[in-house]
Design a protein around this ligand. Structure first.
Ligand SMILES: [Zn+2]
Length: 189
């Protein structure tokens, strides 16, 4: 069933939702369908950082008051939302769209890695690349790979400080923990 592929929805919840939808009058399900369709039509991907956007660039990239010399690398758009809530960071972002996973067959060209390296290369005045990845094994492998590739470019690479729970995702971290992790970021070499 399509619903079981949704994030955070197990088979039981999917079944409950399916029954609920089935019980609704036809007008309601059509309305939900239209809403979803409009939502998809309105949301696009930012051409600069690959965050979700309503237009060509996302709200962060469009904000001229942001510090353009700092780039924070995240796995997905929800991580940006979590970091923005802390107000601890005023630079730009780069969304990878996942992490390298040999087990699941996720390779470099399925992520925005090449775009990341190009972005850094195009900006010799960039001061810092912050790796704000999760703490899973795949995230670790991805962080190491990025560090290795950025090394010849003489780029300062930092990682968030300790405090994030092992296996914990940034998108679910509370603001205080995330803020502390940002403030305590350390050079990664
Ligand atoms: Zn953007």
């Amino acid at each position: 069933m399509e619903l079981t592929r949704w994030p955070g929805i197990g088979p039981k919840t999917a079944r409950r939702l399916a029954i609920y939808l089935w019980q609704q009058p036809a007008g309601v399900t059509k309305k939900i369908g239209d809403l979803l369709q409009n939502y998809q039509a309105q949301i696009s991907i930012c051409r600069q950082c690959y965050n979700l956007a309503e237009g060509e660039t996302c709200a962060v990239c469009a904000d001229t008051s942001r510090d353009r010399n700092k780039l924070c690398v995240v796995e997905g758009p929800l991580d940006i939302e979590a970091i923005e809530r802390t107000e601890a960071y005023r630079g730009l972002y780069h969304v990878l769209g996942g992490v390298l996973s040999p087990m699941e067959g996720v390779e470099e060209d399925q992520l925005r890695l090449r775009e990341l390296f190009q972005r850094v290369q195009d900006r010799p005045d960039m001061e810092e690349v912050i790796l704000a990845l999760n703490t899973s094994l795949e995230s670790e492998i991805t962080a190491r790979y990025i560090r290795q590739r950025l090394k010849p470019m003489n780029m300062k690479v930092t990682r968030l400080g300790r405090g994030l729970p092992t296996g914990g995702d940034i998108e679910f971290a509370d603001e205080i923990t995330l803020m502390a992790a940002f403030d305590g970021r350390r050079t990664y070499n």
